[in-house]
Write a protein that binds this ligand. Structure first.
Ligand code: A2P
Length: 332
């Protein structure tokens, strides 16, 4: 098979830029690269592997002569254009939430459920960023000790809300430090400078947010555990681009801390950093730009018995988005 002709839809966005970095870093084999965005960006140039590429406006003819398209331009764009791409013979790896829960769309974290990829009919979905980094840690526990329930609080970086949210965080922080009133936020519900808020995506009638629902339903689908309960609280924090999560799990079988640490240390995609006596535990600053999801603060739970409580950190733009999508493409 010759290498694919690749397109990136949403190439000018935060995840789009990360796609370019990850594809170059992994020396992804491709015959050609097409960069697509809204008409606002048509004619801009972006550099890939030392070469300038002109951004084109996305339209229905964009996928002629393209074999593989990474979509990261919002759910509306995916709903409208992914079927057109598939009709043109292109495989789609979609980073939006538009198709994740469709029965005929595999929702893939390659280290966990790559065997489900075979069922795809043109579209494969990349899970929600907080979900990806969580299931990497849940899967080895599920396999070894069985999972009963999960309680998770996220500490989500601005990057999850796109490039404008990162710009708003930087600009509002600068304004506060200069003694100015920060501008009214646009990409985020509130100003993030010296602040945080328990609100990621929209509120649902039962009081959870859609982000919290994504974590429940996507974890269930990826782990093939339709009855697993996941109680999530998603919090936006003033960090630029790396998410953290505090996780408590109820298990079927007890695990000692040493056994759990060993499981995490062996698990693909995870790095164990758990030496609290030396002040060593994962922090977003240290894992921004890294491929691995880091796990630390592993301890026996005090509420769930048998259970464990731990902390994890993963780059939202990398394993939480572009890297996972590129790994799906590599597995394809
Ligand atoms: P553009 O830069 O031209 O607006 P982010 O998640 O960082 O906000 O990025 C969103 C990405 O999705 C950008 O590349 C943006 O392009 C792209 N995008 C948004 N709306 C559309 C659309 N209707 N058609 C094509 N690309 C879109």
């Amino acid at each position: 098979m010759s290498p694919p002709r690749v397109a990136i839809v949403g190439a000018t966005g935060a995840v789009g830029h990360e796609f370019l970095r990850v594809l170059a870093e992994r020396d992804f084999s491709m015959r050609s690269l097409k960069l697509l965005a809204s008409a606002r960006s048509a004619g801009k140039t972006l550099s890939y592997a030392g070469e300038d590429h002109v951004v084109e406006a996305l339209d229905e003819n964009s996928f002629r002569g393209v074999d593989l398209a990474f979509f990261s331009a919002g759910g509306g764009t995916s709903l409208e254009f992914a079927p057109k791409a598939v009709a043109a013979g292109c495989a789609v790896i979609d980073n939006s939430s538009a198709y994740r829960m469709h029965a005929d769309v595999p929702l893939i974290v390659p280290e966990v459920n790559r065997t489900s990829m075979g069922q795809h009919q043109g579209i494969l979905a990349n899970p929600n960023c907080s979900t990806i980094i969580l299931v990497l840690a849940l899967a080895p526990l599920q396999q070894r000790a069985g999972l009963q329930s999960v309680v998770v609080s996220t500490y989500q970086a601005a990057s999850g809300a796109g490039q404008r949210a990162m710009d708003e965080l930087h600009e509002s922080t600068r304004a506060v430090l200069a003694g100015e009133q920060p501008a009214k936020p646009d990409a985020l519900a509130h100003s993030l400078a010296f602040n945080l808020f328990p609100h990621v995506d929209v509120f649902m009638p039962d009081g959870f947010t859609r982000e919290e629902d994504k974590m429940l339903f996507e974890v269930r689908k990826i782990l093939a555990m339709p009855k697993l309960n996941v109680d999530a609280t998603c919090v936006r924090v003033p960090v630029t681009r790396c998410h953290s999560e505090s996780v408590s799990v109820q298990l079927d079988q007890p695990l000692t801390v040493a056994e759990a640490q060993d499981l995490f240390a062996q698990a693909p995609g995870i790095e164990l950093l758990d030496q609290p006596a030396a002040n060593l535990y994962p922090m977003p600053r240290d894992y921004a730009g890294r491929d691995e999801v880091a796990v630390g603060r592993v301890r026996l739970g005090r509420v769930f018995d048998p259970g464990l409580t731990f902390w994890l950190v993963g780059d939202q733009l990398k394993k939480g988005a572009a890297l996972n999508a590129v790994q799906i493409a590599e597995a394809l």
